[in-house]
Design a protein around this ligand. Structure first.
Ligand code: GLA
Length: 430
């Protein structure tokens, strides 16, 4: 290959596969809170007024987000999921919030959220009905987009239940256009590929042009097996989905369930670390009014959030697996690298892993600076390619590190090499 052709390949590998949806939003992975996994379709406000889907829930969550450092940490969107509307549209055919649970209506709720310096997300469905059986938007895309814009909504999660799979692309694209035509910037969160995979391999170029993020796989549950299945699916499909991610459009592996009931602390650290490596939206689904201090500290960990929000906006890959370890690596701005080592063995105690075996460690020639972020913050100082640093990883836990190359000459050369080899490399077995 000529030098020029080689450069072209490198440049194309350095930028995402396609143009992102051009609405100026989601230049970094979205951060916020989304009700679904924790509060589901609890509409029983008579017996459970504190936890039912009502305007109070979002107002209280917004209050806590401001008071308890969530907003300052970067969490910005307060998002409503399914079960908010009335079962009937109004006389003009518009969606309306359930009058008993949202007596002020969505516009008032948006005003409240905005007065706290936060943004409001809402939920609808591309088909006849939402997944929980509320009115769908099929046949009403313009009307619903305009209603959301009139209410000053900032994000739409658009689900894919009760829709002819062959028409998913058309439906998601038409809603994207309808949102755009309102003139209000509304972040567009899709589930298009998740519903399309059973039919055919989705067209991620079209998806990236249409949506700001997109769910690919099953709903997250509050369990380690669920988090693991999402990681496994992502790694198995990474050559298809990772190149589609970049500023303006992201793969969405679903909500963070940190701070709930099902994950041990090590597993919570694994979810946080891997969601940062995957450049995933960080949408928590938990009860911020009652969350344990360790989970809160983890979710607000600035060093992990900095990886998630890195300005280069490249999603990471699983680069190696073997001996019940997985190595995931994400290239960061300034030629840095984030490395996560996941211990998949769910028995025994902490196991040592030689971080020098991580494929990306080659950036340590001649020298690099290493910082461990999880399980504890530790400056590990200057290292070389020959260094043997053993990190200790608990069962189902993750060690997370950043690696900064030192020599600038090498850095420049490496950058080309790294970008060129990253997506093509086959998994190494450790
Ligand atoms: C689907 C989605 C979930 C949630 C529910 C609501 O299952 O994937 O994220 O929105 O519907 O009914």
């Amino acid at each position: 290959m000529s030098r020029a052709a080689c450069l072209l390949v490198i440049i194309s590998l350095m930028s995402p596969a396609a143009e992102a949806l051009d609405n100026g939003l989601a230049l970094k992975p979205t951060m916020g809170w989304l009700h679904w996994e924790r509060f589901m379709c609890n509409i029983d406000c008579d017996t459970d007024p504190n936890n039912c889907i009502s305007e109070h829930l979002y107002m209280q969550m917004a209050d806590v987000m401001v008071k308890e450092g969530w907003k300052e940490a970067g969490y910005e969107y307060v998002c409503i999921d399914d079960c908010w509307p009335s079962h009937q549209r109004d006389a003009q055919g518009r969606l309306q919030a359930d009058p008993k649970r949202f007596p002020g209506g969505i516009k008032k709720l948006a005003d409240y959220i905005h007065s706290n310096g936060l943004k409001l997300g809402i939920y609808a469905d591309v088909g006849d009905k939402t997944c929980a059986g509320y009115p769908g938007s099929l046949g009403y895309y313009e009307k619903d987009a305009q209603t959301f814009a009139d209410w000053d909504v900032d994000l739409l999660k658009f689900d894919g239940c009760f829709m002819n799979r062959a028409l998913l692309g058309e439906g998601y694209t038409n809603m994207s256009k309808a949102l755009n035509n309102t003139g209000r910037p509304i972040l567009y969160s899709c589930e298009w590929p998740l519903y399309e995979w059973p039919l055919k391999q989705p067209n991620y170029t079209a998806i990236r042009e249409t949506c700001n993020h997109w769910r690919n796989f099953d709903d997250v549950f509050d369990s380690w097996s669920s988090v693991k299945s999402i990681l496994d699916w992502t790694a198995a499909h990474q050559d298809i989905i990772v190149p589609a991610a970049g500023p303006g459009g992201w793969n969405d592996p679903d909500m963070l369930v940190i701070g709930n009931f099902g994950l041990s602390h090590d597993q919570q650290e694994s979810q946080m670390a891997l969601w940062a490596i995957m450049a995933s939206p960080l949408l928590m689904s938990n009860d911020l009014r009652d969350i344990c201090p360790r989970s809160k500290e983890l979710l607000q960990n600035k060093r992990i959030i900095d990886i998630s929000q890195d300005s280069m906006g490249k999603q990471g890959y699983r680069t190696a697996k073997g001996n019940n370890f997985e190595v995931w690596e994400r290239p960061l701005s300034k030629n840095r690298l984030a490395v996560a080592v996941l211990n998949k063995l769910e028995t025994g105690g902490p196991r040592g892993f030689n971080i020098g075996a991580a494929p990306g460690w080659k950036i340590c020639g001649p020298q690099c600076n290493v910082t461990q972020i999880l399980p504890q913050y530790k400056e590990m100082g200057v290292q070389t390619q020959q260094s043997k640093i053993i990190v200790s990883v608990n069962p189902s836990g993750t060690a997370l590190l950043t690696v900064t190359p030192i020599s600038s000459d090498f850095t420049r050369l490496h950058k080309l090499n790294w970008q060129g080899t990253f997506v093509r490399r086959k998994h190494t077995i450790l």
